[in-house]
Design a protein around this ligand. Structure first.
Ligand SMILES: Cc1cc2nc3c(=O)[nH]c(=O)nc-3n(C[C@H](O)[C@H](O)[C@H](O)COP(=O)(O)OP(=O)(O)OC[C@H]3O[C@@H](n4cnc5c(N)ncnc54)[C@H](O)[C@@H]3O)c2cc1C
Ligand code: SF4
Length: 644
């Protein structure tokens, strides 16, 4: 297949994007792309790759563009230092030698890997776009788009009034809005992101779906050693629009810890179990069906069975899923049952209204009482919604910022206590084709080490082209890996972490996360477990993700690679930020009281991932939704108490 076939040659839009960056794109983007992937430098394919990379970069925040410029500078400087010639003038073998040298230096390796991730994402999504489209449209939608009482902010009046404003329409906000509307309150949900229909996910280019659905185009990073990629959704439905659909009830040990040790009244175990059941019923949760699991999940289960490890199909909220592996860029069949398809339409049926494309800039306060919110439309104009109660559900990285912007974020632990579930991926190369992307994106789990080590292994395949960062090397080697990706099966593992990160800032989140030694060692341990499972399933070799030993051929090599690795060099991603406006019994430690209301003020509540006082140890959406139902009931109880 010809890469960039979907884009056509040099359209006016790609040309203008290439030339109109807010900061100029790296002068030698074409040479840089050619260094990562050795397409011939004069090849029109390469010039299109450079243009599309520039176009993608154009939509990214300054910090990402600055990172790419740094990588470019390092590459150029190294080329001049080692070969006394610019990188564009080096023949392929020399460019590869140069990149291999830089790859073994910790600091240049980190900078180069961001450039590599970018080029692979742009190249890979386009390279596979014909198949992505074909799989997206091969079956009709499982259900129609929902009926929402939704207005874009541009058409929403400048001043309105209601009983309660919910900020954010994701996992937490949607569930709370439904309970509040059903209790007879006049609810307005304000969401920064846009609303998407199933047709958008069937018709738009994969790279455009990716860019639109994620905050900062999916490039959010936690700064630390190592830096950690932390993508976050932004849409009506929040991160549930792009999540993998895996559903776990909060383990009872965690529920008891929250309630008994941390004083979280919201997690009273009997009542909390009812909330968990209510979430499972709303989301129509069921195990992945055998016929859509795909070879990736099957191989995970084969490996686990051979080793006698506890494992099984993942339980998901995706009734009618056909296994097209595109959950992370919006389900093109409306099968994945994010909250935009259940709790939000149910809230609207009960009278709630949704305003999309409005970023809440601050909560309006009169002394210590909430009196509403102010939000900004995309054209920069303002709207005000007056209400005596504001429920913040903007997600763990945005909620602390909003509270600070509103002058009510002075609690010393607001923004602290960030847990993220750091995660690593490993791939196994099999003799026969696996086509990991032909099946459910997250399909099978190995929970053998969950209680003992806090490690949860999940067979996770990415939409074609998106998970290529685990492929080792640069140049011809990398191109070979990309062209043989169908032989790879991939597993991911996440580790239950102590909450050691911080979200700083007011307008744009600055996320700091220092991976603890224990978590780092558990990540290395999980690479070993995943490698063992893949070898047991018949893998010929395992791609470890460990820079010093990216490929191993047997268990002995795997053991040595893990023993010799430094966890600070790993490529880590995380998908589950939580805990930054935690609720709990102690006024000294928790910004929210044990029922979810912000201490020190009246009428401001929080119901999203921020309120979790510690890591839930499992994929968090169900825990967030259950806590959010509990917060909504606390608000209703307080309102009823005030009336009587
Ligand atoms: C790729 C990926 C895969 C995942 N897979 C799973 C999975 O399989 N299972 C699982 O349990 N969890 C998964 N998660 C995590 C899970 O989806 C999130 O933890 C959960 O959705 C968080 O809920 P929330 O309500 O805190 O925030 P969100 O769902 O992120 O909702 C917050 C909303 O608030 C909006 N917002 C923010 N600031 C403002 C503002 N100032 N004004 C107006 N609106 C604002 C945002 O745009 C967003 O829509 C995944 C996450 C990612 C990124
Ligand atoms: S794999 Fe994901 S995107 Fe594809 S149909 Fe199933 S839920 Fe939807």
């Amino acid at each position: 297949m010809t890469p960039f076939g979907q884009y056509g040659e040099s359209s006016a839009s790609t040309r203008s994007a290439f030339h109109s960056s807010r900061t100029r794109p790296p002068k030698r983007l074409q040479e840089l792309c050619g260094a990562i992937l050795p397409l011939d430098l004069s090849d029109p394919e390469l010039s299109l790759l450079a243009r599309k990379t520039a176009e993608f970069l154009d939509k990214q925040p300054t910090v990402v563009r600055a990172g790419v410029l740094t990588a470019a500078t390092i590459l150029e400087a190294a080329s001049l230092a080692f070969y006394r010639r610019p990188i564009a003038k080096l023949e392929t073998s020399k460019r590869e030698r140069l990149l291999s040298r830089l790859e073994h230096n910790r600091y240049s390796a980190q900078a180069l890997s961001s450039l590599k991730a970018l080029v692979l994402l742009v190249y890979g999504t386009d390279h596979f776009s014909a198949e992505t489209f074909q799989r997206a449209t091969s079956s009709p939608p499982a259900r129609p788009d929902p009926v929402l009482n939704l207005t874009s902010a541009i058409a929403w009046p400048s001043i309105t009034t209601c009983d309660i404003v919910v900020v954010g329409s994701g996992a937490g906000g949607a569930m709370a809005a439904r309970s509040l509307a059903r209790a007879g309150m006049d609810v307005i949900v304000v969401e920064e992101g846009s609303s998407y229909s199933v047709d958008d996910f069937r018709e738009d280019l994969p790279i455009d779906r990716f860019t639109k659905l994620y905050r900062d185009g999916g490039t959010t990073m936690a700064i630390g050693r190592p830096p950690i990629v932390l993508p976050i959704g932004r849409a009506v439905g929040g991160t549930t629009v792009i999540n993998s659909g895996t559903c776990f009830k909060t383990p009872s040990t965690v529920v008891h810890h929250w309630h008994d040790s941390l004083g979280l009244a919201l997690a009273e175990p009997d009542r909390f179990n009812d909330y968990l059941d209510e979430v499972f019923t709303t989301l129509q949760v069921a195990p992945v069906r055998e016929e859509v699991m795909g070879r990736n999940g099957e191989l995970c289960l084969v490996g686990a069975e051979k080793l006698g490890w506890s494992a099984g199909p993942i339980v998901r909220n995706a009734p009618g899923c056909e296994g097209c592996c595109q959950c992370a860029i919006g389900c093109p069949t409306n099968a994945k049952f994010g909250v935009h398809l259940n709790a939000l339409p149910q809230a609207c049926q009960a009278g709630a209204r949704i305003v999309s494309e409005a970023r809440v800039t601050r909560i309006l306060m009169d002394d210590n009482r909430a009196i509403g919110i102010e939000a900004m439309r995309r054209d920069g104009s303002r709207l005000v919604i007056k209400a005596p109660t504001v429920l913040v559900a903007a997600g763990a990285t945005e909620t602390p910022l909003l509270l600070r912007r509103s002058g009510i974020g002075s609690h010393p632990f607001l923004g602290s206590n960030l847990a993220i579930h750091p995660a690593v991926s490993v791939a196994g190369r099999f003799e026969e084709p696996v086509f990991s992307w032909r099946g459910v994106l997250q399909s099978a789990e190995i929970d053998e080490f969950h209680e003992s080590h806090g490690i949860l292994i999940e067979a996770t395949a990415t939409p074609p082209g998106m998970g290529s960062i685990m492929l080792p090397g640069y140049g011809r080697h990398l191109l070979w890996e990309l062209n043989h990706a169908e032989q790879l099966a991939s597993l991911g593992a996440m580790v239950a972490d102590e909450s050691t990160g911080k979200v700083l800032g007011k307008n744009h989140a600055l996320i700091r996360y220092d991976l603890g030694r224990h978590e780092g060692l558990m990540l290395l341990q999980s690479i070993k477990f995943m490698g063992e499972a893949l070898f047991a399933a018949g893998a010929l070799e395992v791609l470890t993700g460990i820079p010093s030993k990216p490929i191993v051929h047997d268990l002995k090599e795997l053991q040595q690679a893990v023993e010799n690795a430094d966890y600070k060099d790993l490529h880590i991603a995380a998908f589950h930020p939580s805990g930054t406006a935690a609720a709990g019994g102690s006024a000294a430690f928790y910004p929210l009281n044990s029922r979810g209301e912000l201490r020190g003020v009246s009428g401001v509540w929080v119901a999203d991932a921020s309120i979790l006082p510690s890591s839930p140890r499992v994929n968090p959406q169900v825990s967030i939704m259950a806590l959010s139902l509990a917060v909504a009931d606390s608000i209703i109880a307080k309102a009823e108490g005030a009336k009587s």
